[in-house]
Design a protein around this ligand. Structure first.
Ligand SMILES: [Zn+2]
Length: 334
């Protein structure tokens, strides 16, 4: 605080950004400190920044000690509030020195029932089975992001129906309770590249079976597989594509060359589309196979993050003649 005070003059205001390098504090901390000094009358805010008032300022250790003690007591009260078996409203009213504090008859403690922490074995098994189910929809994008023309990409409005992907599937979201942590380990942005592990391969097959015969089936069975070229997980994506090809007895038609700048899906959609636009062009042999297809392509990738990779890769397959593109990923971010 003394450094901040010493840096300020009484006649030439300094802005917070100008103060920052002088006192070497993070912005939020510096702003907090200036507010405290302001309340204490040592500085004041003016047009263009902060001025020292010139009034002497001392660190009031005794007062701040009392404040800290009061905060600690408040924390303790909050813990007691959550743990109390008595009426919670009565507890709060007593904290506020209300002489009329009586049980309210309405809070959870007044009304019960109390739930124990024990779970029966059948309930646990049912919960695990529910969470362990694999499969989430990956909805196709229908609209281009706004502002593409400003970043040099001549696309706008609706994605043409003939260039869209169809509805896709993934094993799960990375945030899911069931498959989430496993998928983060295998397909998360920071996970090392390795061939598809057996348990996740099993989940992929389960997802494909449900997709084929479930309540919301694909329009037609895929007739071939294309992998999205991956910089982060080439072995994972390649082995995923090969596994599905073997299990489903489908030809692996080829791999799209990696596109984008490898930085993942950070930044806004327009920038993401810009880096992917012009990429994922099928090599000649793959293009020839795509042009001859009479059914959907299963387009496989490890992770759907912003969704633009699948969208842009599917678009290239459609432009090359694929009648339908069914995206399949291991995980969905978020
Ligand atoms: Zn109560």
């Amino acid at each position: 605080m003394r450094t901040v005070l010493a840096a300020l003059s009484t006649d030439r205001p300094l802005s917070t950004p100008a103060l920052e390098p002088i006192v070497d504090l993070r912005r939020t901390r510096l702003e907090l400190m200036l507010k405290v000094l302001d309340v204490d009358g040592a500085v004041h805010r003016v047009r263009g920044g902060w001025l020292a008032t010139g009034d002497p300022w001392t660190y009031d250790a005794a007062r701040l000690h009392r404040v800290a003690e009061a905060r600690t007591a408040e924390q303790q009260s909050m813990r007691e509030y959550t743990a109390t078996a008595g009426c919670r409203m009565e507890f709060l009213r007593r904290c506020l020195d209300d002489p009329g504090a009586v049980p309210c008859g309405r809070c959870d403690n007044c009304t019960g029932p109390r739930f124990g922490a024990e779970v029966s074995a059948p309930a646990l098994a049912a919960a695990q089975a529910f969470l362990g189910r694999a499969g989430v929809e990956v909805p196709p994008k229908k609209l281009w992001p706004t502002g593409l023309e400003q970043v040099g990409v001549p696309l706008r409005g609706k994605i043409l129906p003939g260039e869209q992907a169809a509805s896709g599937r993934a094993v799960g979201r990375l945030s899911d309770l069931g498959w989430g942590s496993r998928l983060r380990t295998v397909a998360g942005p920071d996970s090392p590249d390795a061939p598809l592990p057996a348990d996740v391969a099993g989940a992929v097959v389960e997802v494909l079976k449900t997709w084929a015969r479930g309540d919301d089936p694909w329009l037609a069975r895929p007739v071939g597989i294309v992998a999205v070229g991956s910089r982060r997980h080439p072995r994972l994506v390649q082995s995923l594509a090969e596994h599905i090809a073997t299990v489903g007895r489908l030809p692996l038609l080829g791999v799209l060359p990696p596109a984008g700048e490898g930085g993942g899906a950070r930044g806004n959609s327009a920038q993401r589309v810009r880096t992917l636009h012009g990429g994922f062009v099928p090599p000649d042999d793959l293009a020839t196979r795509l042009a001859a297809l009479d059914g959907p392509v299963l387009l496989v990738d490890d992770l759907v993050d912003s969704g633009w990779t699948m969208t842009m890769a599917a678009r290239q397959l459609r432009l090359a003649g694929a009648p339908l593109v069914l995206p399949l990923a291991l995980g969905v971010s978020g």
